[in-house]
Every structure is written in C-alpha cells, then in structure tokens.
Unconditional design. Structure first.
Length: 492
C-alpha cells in the first residue's frame, strides 16, 4: 500500500483543488443553465437520477470500500475484480427493472415525459459503478492529484455539454440526464486508461477465482450491512423530489432538486474530499489507538468551515436565488433557507461514515439508515398530504437535523472522542455569527434591495474566513497549501 505519511490537510486540499475548480465552473454556469432549463426539466432529471443513483450506489455491493483495507495491494486487486463483476450484474439488473416497470411507473410520479429516456439509467449505473471501484483503487494508491484533475474534467464535461445542448434547443429532462451520463463516461474512461497503464500487471494477477471467493467471504459484512445502509441512505436522499412530484408537481420537485443541487456544492468542496482523505487515516488511527482524537479534530474542522455560512444562508437564500437565477427560482431560494439547518448537520455527519466503516459497525449504520428512510419519507408525506411544499421541506429539514445530530453523537461515543472538546468550536462559531445575523436583519429592515443584502453577506463571509485563517495556524497552513496546489495544477 502507498505510504500514508502525508498530512491529512495536504491530501484534503490536493483533492479540494480539483473539486474547488470544478465547482467554480458549475457555479459560474448555474445562472445560465437555470435560465435555459425549466423547473420541470430539473424535476424530471431528479426522478431519473433517483432511480439510477439508488441502483448505482450499490453497483459494487460496497466491496469498493474494502479495497482500501487489505495490507497488501495484491489482496486489494482481488477485490477490484469482485467489484467489476458486481457492476456488470447491477447493470443487467437495472436494465431488466426499467423494462419491467414500463410507462406505468413514470405516470405514477406524474413524470411520463421522461419515460423515453429511461434507457440512460443502466448506462449511468455501469459508469458510476466502474468509477467507484477505480476511485477506491486510486485512493489506496494515494493518486489524489489524478483524482483532482478528473474532478475538473467531470464538471467541464457535464456543465459544458449542458450549456451547449441547451442553447441548441434541447431543454428537456432527458437532455440534462444525457449530459450527466456523458460526463461520467468521459471521466471514467480517462481514469480507467490511466489506472490500467499503471497497475495492469498487478490487477491481472488478481484474476484468481479462488482468491476472489476468499475476498468475498472475508469482507462479507460490506454487502450484508453497508450495502443495505447506503442503499437506504441514497433512497432516502432521492425520496423528497420523487414524493414532491407524486403529491404536488414535477415543477415543485425541480425547485427542490435545484436547491439541493446547489446546497451540495459545499459538501463537494470540502466534505467529500475530507471523507476521501480521512478514510485511510481513520483506519490507521484505529490501529494506533488515536481514533478519538482524530474524530475530535475532524469534527472541529468541519464545524469551523460550515456553521457560519450555513446560518448565513438561512437569512439570504431567497435573495440569492432571486438575483442569481431569476424570478422562476424564488421557491428554490425559500427551500434553501429552510434546508440550511439540515445542510449544517449533514455536512458534519456525512464524512464521519468512514468511522463506522473502519470499526465494522455496519449493523449500527444499517439501523440508522432504516430510521432515515422513515423519517425523511414521513416528513415529505405529511407535507404532501397537506398540499404544502414548504411544510414538507420544513419537516424534512428539522427531522434531518435531529437525525444527523444523533448520528454524530453516535460516532463520538463509539470512537471515544470528547464531546466537550467538540462543543467548544461549535459554540464559538455560533457566537461569531450572532452580530452578523443582527446586521443582516437590520439591512433587510432598511432596504428591499436583494443586491445590498448579498453584498453585505459576502463581506461578512470574507471577514469570517479571513479571521479564521488569521487566528488558526492549521487553517492558515491549509490555505497556503491550497494555493500551492492550485498553482501547481494550473501549471500542468
């Protein structure tokens, strides 16, 4: 296995360089895409993505996570082929399910216009599954620079094709889904070629039926518990737009999906990369008896990066969407304000799933995800029965905040981390936000200008992070590392 001697912050920022660049591309193009495509188109995309995403996340039956665990690369190579075979099987099963469901499934969701694009679902399952196993192998080999570059390629492929195909007059949900599959196909192909050139000899040596069967048995807890847990988590994640479409309209589902799409950007910028770089270290921390302190540092970092901007978003979401995307997306801005508290809890808890993986607490994770499905689904169901999208989203946000708060508490307890040490950065960040909140409320009272509100909010955000980098040596070093990595990648 490649050496793990590099710093966690360095690996996070190496990954974050590519993610930040790709997300900046997405943010820059979002106002254009929002004006080209309608809420109904985004609603259709959300429903197609719900089906393909739910299947794709278990395309490898979660054996891709096990690729990082063996001490020897040869043993990990057996798992790569196990994952590949499961991806092929998942692709075939998804195609059969789409064929059996027919048009009745889409009519039930009031999204019959997207049925003709259902063939894209198994294609997306295939490329997403291959991407997952290749990403795990490259993470094991600490090829973070490679993953950084591919993140940019993915965003350019998807965003660029969306703008071009939209300007050409193809503005349906199918066009949005096609561009998503296209981007995944491009990046997966590039990553596959690079990985094969570098590791083909080792991977070919892993084509042993007997050793693959042994690997299946050794890590059987992953499909038994982790696969079911992530399936339930993904299902519950995609459930809101599906239910909103079925109870209200596909346009309402599109408003929610667009809001959710932008809210996920901070997680892509920091949370996902943090989780990817944190995984090998938390595995090592368990062996060295330092898991508790590693979790404390991780949560403190995530809180410092998320509390202030998430709370600020609760005040300015509607103004932000009105200015950036136009009047037709105002409801998405209201959803964003409501979802900000859920975003905070989710942002902190999501990267911590790696702790349960290395502790092999898949059964506990599974129970949590079962509760997640019922709580999320029930929240949207109540709002849908009352015919109120805002009530549905509010109940979803409150229940999600409580659920992920409980999840974080479980991680703290299981890892042996100290809760008081974690509450300190939380309270200090909330205290720093109070004067900012009062100022925003005063500005909203004296003016009706969304631009003024956004300008003041941006200034406050810059002040907060400037102070964070000034007083926190670790954050300051992280910034310097990010700048160095960005320059290095730009020079390539």
């Amino acid at each position: 296995m490649a050496s793990r001697s590099g710093s966690l912050a360095g690996d996070v920022l190496k990954l974050g360089t590519g993610t930040a660049s790709s997300q900046l591309i997405g943010v820059a193009a979002a106002p254009i895409i929002a004006r080209i495509f309608s809420p109904e188109a985004f609603g259709g995309l959300a429903i197609l993505a719900a089906v393909s995403g739910t299947i794709a996340v278990v395309a490898c039956l979660r054996y891709e996570l096990a690729i990082l665990l063996p001490e020897k690369d040869e043993d990990a190579a057996y798992l790569v082929w196990v994952c590949f075979l499961f991806v092929i099987a998942s692709t075939v099963v998804s195609a059969l399910l789409i064929w059996i469901a027919g048009d009745s499934f889409w009519r039930l969701l009031r999204a019959s216009t997207v049925s003709s694009y259902a063939w894209l679902i198994p294609v997306n399952v295939f490329f997403a599954g291959i991407s997952a196993l290749l990403t795990s192998w490259n993470t094991r080999q600490r090829q973070f620079s490679r993953l950084m570059v591919l993140e940019v390629i993915l965003r350019i492929s998807i965003t660029g094709s969306q703008v071009l195909i939209g300007l050409a007059g193809f503005v349906s949900a199918g066009a949005l889904m096609f561009t998503t599959v296209f981007g995944m196909a491009v990046t997966t192909s590039v990553l596959g070629i690079q990985t094969w050139r570098e590791s083909s000899r080792m991977l070919l040596a892993g084509l042993s039926q007997a050793r693959m069967i042994l690997a299946l048995k050794r890590y059987a807890s992953f499909p038994k518990f982790s696969a079911a847990a992530i399936l339930l988590n993904t299902f519950s994640f995609h459930l809101p737009p599906v239910l909103l479409s079925g109870f209200l309209s596909v346009g309402t589902a599109g408003q929610f999906a667009f809001s959710n799409r932008l809210l996920r950007i901070p997680s892509k910028l920091i949370g996902t990369n943090f989780s990817q770089a944190f995984f090998p270290r938390v595995a090592e921390a368990r062996l060295t008896g330092t898991l508790g302190s590693s979790v404390e540092s991780a949560i403190a970092y995530l809180l410092k990066m998320s509390v202030f901007p998430c709370l600020l978003l609760a005040f300015i979401g509607k103004d932000l969407f009105l200015v950036a995307f136009g009047q037709k997306w105002v409801q998405a801005g209201v959803f964003t304000q409501i979802l900000s508290v859920w975003l905070l809890a989710w942002f902190v808890a999501s990267p911590l799933t790696t702790v349960f993986v290395v502790l092999e607490e898949q059964a506990l994770e599974l129970r949590f995800q079962v509760a997640n499905v019922f709580i999320r689904g029930g929240s949207i169901l109540v709002g849908g029965l009352f015919g109120s999208a805002e009530l549905a989203v509010l109940l979803f946000a409150i229940s999600g905040m409580c659920l992920y708060g409980t999840y974080s508490a479980m991680v703290i307890k299981k890892s042996g981390a100290s809760a008081p040490k974690i509450f300190k950065p939380l309270l200090s960040t909330v205290a720093a936000f109070v004067p900012a909140a009062l100022l925003i409320l005063w500005i909203k009272h004296v003016t009706d200008s969304p631009l003024t509100v956004l300008g003041a909010s941006l200034a406050l955000l810059m002040v907060y992070f400037s102070n964070l980098f000034w007083v926190d040596p670790a954050a300051r070093q992280a910034l310097f590392n990010w700048i160095a990595n960005f320059r290095a990648s730009a020079a390539k």
